[in-house]
Design a binder for this molecule. Structure first.
Ligand SMILES: O=P(O)(O)OC[C@H]1O[C@@H](O)[C@H](O)[C@@H](O)[C@@H]1O
Length: 302
């Protein structure tokens, strides 16, 4: 595998930097790729292949990065788009295991950097789980994530079951989006859908109208339509393919105050509208099977 410096050499729109330089964090730094191309400015961490920032030129940011985010090697970073797998949320078989799997706080490998004919940036990241850590997950797998940065965010994730047994797998793109006024925000596109309510022990309910945020919201919607829209300024459209679940999360005032990397009243700055395959939509991949899912996130001009 080539070094990151070699892979980005010749791409003027891609620079290698780190969290100490960009975010004034202290201690060991996380490497970052800074993108400034014809369409947007973006920041991606190699840890977790996590897009941290994305701002189309002349527009507002489409991702929220917590002002209190910690940038510590091996720890999840609060904001952007963490990639959560090979299980979503609390592990249903063993709640003691780390929440949201274990790839969001591991290093991924940059395997390709390209500039398209139109001037977009395409970064390909790989995570291979071959050295099994049986206390975590007993199935070997690999994931390839292609991040395309134009005036929209394009994500394509290909998951391969590299083992000889059927593999249970659940996951999410855990996207954090900024909102201008939380009490006025609505999420459309999930009306009449069944959801499991994490604030009530995963009790099932049916969504009545658009989603609004009057307190903590933590819901997993099943078998959703391809597109949802966050009605805020800017309005943000999220369109998925082969990601049948949508997760909507905002911690509310009390939980946010208790979370050091969010902090009091910062819950008003964002909502999470995540897409993936969770709970009843979780996958079972046959030996050798590859599944491809896509997500597009863009601002809607109003
Ligand atoms: O603090 P974490 O591990 O990043 O998780 C944040 C939230 O992520 C959401 O996806 C879950 O539905 C919530 O239950 C959870 O609290």
């Amino acid at each position: 595998m080539q070094a990151v410096e070699q892979l980005i050499a010749g791409h003027q729109s891609i620079t290698l930097t780190d969290t100490n330089k960009r975010y004034h964090s202290k201690g060991p730094a996380l490497p970052l790729l800074l993108i400034n191309n014809a369409y947007c400015e973006a920041v991606v961490a190699l840890q977790g292949a996590q897009l941290l920032e994305f701002t189309p030129h002349g527009s507002k940011p489409l991702l929220w990065l917590s002002p209190n985010a910690n940038f510590i090697p091996g720890q999840a970073v609060r904001g952007g788009i963490p990639v959560c797998l090979p299980w979503f949320g609390v592990n249903q078989l063993d709640p003691e295991k780390p929440k949201h799997g274990f790839v969001r706080n591991r290093d991924w490998q940059l395997s390709r950097a390209e500039t398209t004919a139109g001037g977009a940036t395409q970064l390909t990241f790989l995570f291979t789980y071959a050295q099994l850590e049986p206390e975590l997950f007993t199935f070997p797998f690999s994931v390839e994530l292609v991040v395309t940065l134009s005036d929209a965010i394009g994500l394509q994730i290909s998951t391969t079951n590299s083992g000889a047994a059927a593999m249970p797998f659940s996951w999410a793109f855990h996207s954090y989006h900024p909102v201008s006024n939380l009490s006025a925000v609505r999420i459309e596109g999930l009306e009449s859908k069944r959801y499991l309510d994490n604030t009530r022990g995963l009790a099932a309910a049916i969504q009545d109208g658009a989603i609004s945020f009057q307190g903590e919201v933590d819901r997993v919607y099943e078998n959703v339509a391809s597109t949802q829209v966050i009605k805020s300024t800017p309005a943000i459209s999220v369109t998925g393919e082969n990601c049948d679940s949508a997760i909507v999360w905002n911690p509310g005032a009390d939980n946010a105050a208790a979370m050091a990397d969010i902090g009091a009243s910062h819950h008003k700055q964002f909502v999470c509208l995540e897409r993936g395959a969770a709970l009843n939509n979780a996958w079972t991949l046959s030996p050798g099977e590859v599944r491809v899912s896509r997500l597009t996130i863009n601002a809607i001009s109003q």
